[in-house]
Design a binder for this molecule. Sequence first.
Ligand code: NZQ
Ligand code: ZN
Length: 387
Amino acid sequence: MQNFDYNIPTKVYFGKGQIEKLGEIKNYASRVLMVYGGGSIKRAGIYDQAVSVLRENGIEFFELSGVDPNPRLETVQLGKKLCLDKGLDGVLAIGGGSSIDCSKAIAAAVKYDGNVWDMTSDWSLMQDALPVFVVSTMAATGSEMDAYAVITNTETNEKKDLGGDPVIPKFSILDPKFTYSVPKFQTAAGAADIISHVFEVYFNRTPKAYLQKRMSEAVMKTVIKYGPIAVNDPKNYEARANLMWASSLAINGLLSNGCYLDWGIHPIEHELSAYFDVTHGAGLAVVMPAWMEHVLQDDTVEQFAEYAVNVWGVEAEGRDQYEVAREGIAKTRDFFVNDLGLPGTLHELNVPEDSLEMMAGNLNGVLTGTFVPMTTEDVLAIYKACY
Ligand code: NZQ
Ligand code: ZN
């Protein structure tokens, strides 16, 4: 296990009725920008509840609505302008990862004189940010408890992340009932995203991070148990609650502290979202099994066989490790397609076949330090295997 500093500073208010805690914004800010998406929070009654608590507590707010899934740089710039024009001192995200990420980028942009897009190439440019507060309405990205924001630049067709301590939410309100209205497809895509965050941590080259491995398996098994229940029974509190907490734990540092990591799967998906507006978790569900098959080799087979046994209960006694590993990968694909009902190919996600080479080319030199380093040819082979 490597050295690490443990610091997960987001205060979490988990459970029914926790929206009342929104008043705690007063401890940090008095005039906030409320950032949300296309209106699901209004339809689900979350907007009204939030507004009522803000008013009761005398917190002034201005609104930026219409944040797109795969949030865009121009929306971030609009939010920055609103904050500066109105003299706002905090950003409140109400929504899924897109609204939260957009809020984080706005919060950082306000404190930076240049174009916030610069930060996607140089994270050290983020020195300060307005405080960020979150009401999460989806179990997926874990953005409610992490330091990252992923933004799409539609001019250059790039989807890149920025990150830093200043944008870690001060607090996040996680009421599982707020996720009851998430549609089946988004629930399923969110479950796949949670699992992907664990994969990025679980498959690593750090020796003897035993505890992290076992905790990661617990999070994966939770999603495997409750993902399909939430898809088929959207108002099942137990399922929604377990997914919501799994979403945060998958990426908040708990599973990754002490491990050497350089994420290798997400960049392969981000190309799909950047060019074809693919839903992040749905793209990942297609890419992940193909990635696993591609990186299965003599120095990784033990980890994949361990995954098959511990997560999927595959029988290993007297069997070849490759056979065990391949059964685990097959079960993973089956889970995404048959249990969660997600598409199984890039073709179904409307990604044109003649774009595969170009997207693979964009990742030239990007995936060199990952679990298994990838050349352009490797990435292309994965895309082709997914088609
Ligand atoms: O537009 P609204 O009204 O918000 O509707 C959204 C959207 O249509 C809807 N939705 C959210 N909560 C709902 C709901 N519908 C009904 N009831 C509710 N309670 O679901 C749709 C998808 O929302 P979005 O916020 O886009 O989903 P998600 O949470 O999956 O976020 C995806 C974005 O996060 C990035 C992704 O790349 C993508 O851009 N990621 C952020 C990460 C991070 N910050 O750490 C890590 C992830 O790997 C990921 O890359
Ligand atoms: Zn993700």
